[in-house]
Design a binder for this molecule. Structure first.
Ligand SMILES: Cc1ncc(COP(=O)(O)O)c(C=O)c1O
Length: 366
């Protein structure tokens, strides 16, 4: 009976995403599919603004929506909403954390050799502007690589190229750990306490199926106290009318992005609620098991995927990744190529089904 009801809710989940009626959409690692309900929520906010203008009530509504989105993101990270800042992207949360540490020439950050530009940009800035030493090691070795000069270990929770997981030993480190969760939150279960990280930056637009321009940053209270906040505005201030004496919020709102519009926030919130209505455990389990099945079928067809963990990304070799990506797109199959590797990457979500995998496998043969 439980299996049956889960099946019903997951097939109902697929029906939420119109794009799946046309395409074998396997691209949530870039941007997740949009749910009709989420787009409708954004439309309702804009309509309200169109009809009622944007005065006192509008700003109260924005406040309510941001509170609700913060709480929803906190549920996806298994933490207190007071420890979650709203950002516009994973990249922004990473930059806030690395910049806020104010490291210098005597300091080192350990990272992996398979990171995304969203993390590499902030690392490069720390090196170029402040002389911070950046040491790159394989993702599997980031925990043991921490040395006497290491002030931060910053790496992916789930690697974007291969779908490998960061080592569990990171939870044992004394040095702060920042996880880039762009391919983590929404895709696999996240519990920031169990991961033992001090900061976790995630995306709203990927595995949480929100609009572009959404994201979250968890920062533990201990690390938050140590982070400088060089840019501050109304959303960050506890008493914005106190002029130059204005204090920042004690909680993670001090790290919020400077402006988020109501329609974006409403869309992101409705998207999380769509996924929650199917049940996170079922969503995670189905996505991972479909990805496993795809990896096995690719291997049987001579496209042995790159080494991966039990996540939702499946990268596999392609003789000409860009050309093959385009050829697949012409056949209604959406995947991406990995620029620095001869690979295509399929992102498998709970909204996908075996038919989507079959379409990819058949299109690869033609
Ligand atoms: C591992 C990883 N980090 C960061 C990013 C950048 O994400 P955002 O656009 O949310 O900044 C991506 C996007 O693909 C990613 O895969």
């Amino acid at each position: 009976m439980r299996v049956f009801s889960r099946f019903v809710s997951l097939s109902a989940l697929r029906a939420e995403f119109p794009v799946l009626g046309r395409l074998a959409y396997l691209n949530a690692g870039t941007d997740g599919p949009l749910a009709a309900r989420a787009v409708a929520a954004a439309g309702r906010e804009l309509q309200r603004e169109l009809e009622q203008g944007r005065a006192q009530h509008h700003f109260e509504r924005r406040g309510e929506l941001t509170d609700s989105l913060r709480a929803a993101y906190a549920r996806t990270l298994a933490c207190d909403p007071a420890d979650v800042a709203l950002t516009t992207s994973t990249t922004e949360g990473i930059a806030q954390t690395i910049g806020g540490l104010q490291l210098g020439a005597a300091d080192e950050i350990v990272t992996s050799d398979e990171e995304h530009p969203g993390l590499l940009g902030a690392l490069a800035a720390a090196r170029e502007l402040h002389g911070v030493r950046i040491r790159e090691v394989p993702l599997s070795q980031v925990a043991e690589a921490s040395g006497p000069r290491t002030r931060l270990v910053a790496c992916s929770h789930v690697g974007w190229m291969s779908g490998c997981l960061a080592p569990a030993e990171l939870a044992e480190l004394d040095v702060p750990v920042l996880l880039d969760g762009a391919q983590g939150v929404g895709a696999v279960a996240v519990d920031v306490g169990a991961l033992g990280c001090d900061a976790y930056a995630g995306a709203g637009q990927k595995w949480l199926c929100g609009p572009d321009g959404t994201g979250m940053l968890y920062v533990s209270p201990g690390l938050r106290e140590r982070l400088a906040v060089p840019r501050r505005g109304y959303p960050n201030l506890a008493d914005p009318d106190a002029g130059l004496e204005a204090l920042m919020h004690e909680d993670a709102r001090r790290l919020d992005t400077l402006s988020l519009n109501a329609e974006t926030v409403a869309c992101a919130l409705a998207a999380v609620e769509v996924l929650e209505s199917a049940g996170w455990a079922a969503v995670h389990e189905r996505a991972r098991s479909l990805a496993r099945s795809l990896a096995e079928q690719l291997a049987e067809r001579g496209r042995q995927p790159a080494p991966r963990d039990d996540t939702t990304l499946v990268s596999f070799p392609s003789p000409d990744p860009e050309a093959e990506r385009e050829r697949l797109a012409e056949q209604g199959v959406i995947v991406r190529n990995i620029p620095s590797r001869p690979w295509l990457r399929a992102s498998v979500g709970a909204w996908n089904d075996e038919g989507d995998l079959d379409r990819l496998l058949e299109a690869l043969l033609t």
